[in-house]
Ligand binder design. Sequence first.
Ligand code: SF4
Ligand code: SF4
Length: 205
Amino acid sequence: MLGRTIFIDPGRCIGCQACVSACRECDSHRGKSMIHLDYPDEGHTVASLPTVCMHCEDPVAPCAEVCPAEAILITADGVVQEADPTRCIGCANCVNACPFGVPKIDLEAKLQMKCNLCYDRTSYGLAPMCATVCPTGALFYGTVEELQAERPGVDVSTMFAFGDTVVSTGVAMVVPGEHRAPVPGGMLNLIEVNGRPTPGNGARA
Ligand code: SF4
Ligand code: SF4
């Protein structure tokens, strides 16, 4: 069940980089932005897509799972923290394990850095910096009910297929309501990240 979280609504992103600038203000990685803002078809369309840490729930945080130094803490409320600088050895195992390409390594500091959902703010009920400044609501912080009250007809997905592997996440992607697809266990949205959708992983035949 999704509580308050970030919802990414790529159709609303205008590529203005306000989120990137705001992310630099986060206390835990002051001065560096942890948002990846991609322009997937630059030169042909103005499409842009912000990526923050998806806070993987199942399997739980592959980044933390592979960390040999146990530097990545997962809080009781499911937030996957950036690496503890006193433990991280900068080996980049987490970079290779993350299906969404989120963690970055500061080579000089030999330290992994990534989005931590602005835990200094969200643990006190405040919205993350990026969602606070996004002028279009492409990054929305709240509950799914609050999102849908504001945007009738949208649905959300927390299921991502990487070939045969499905990852469910604590951060959600906004999808058009009519794009629901059956997956084992019921009608859920599933986003195919690479490879071809197959009936076996729950996508439409
Ligand atoms: S602030 Fe919002 S609209 Fe601007 S680039 Fe970031 S996500 Fe896109
Ligand atoms: S998106 Fe990447 S960095 Fe975030 S929890 Fe998942 S594996 Fe870890």
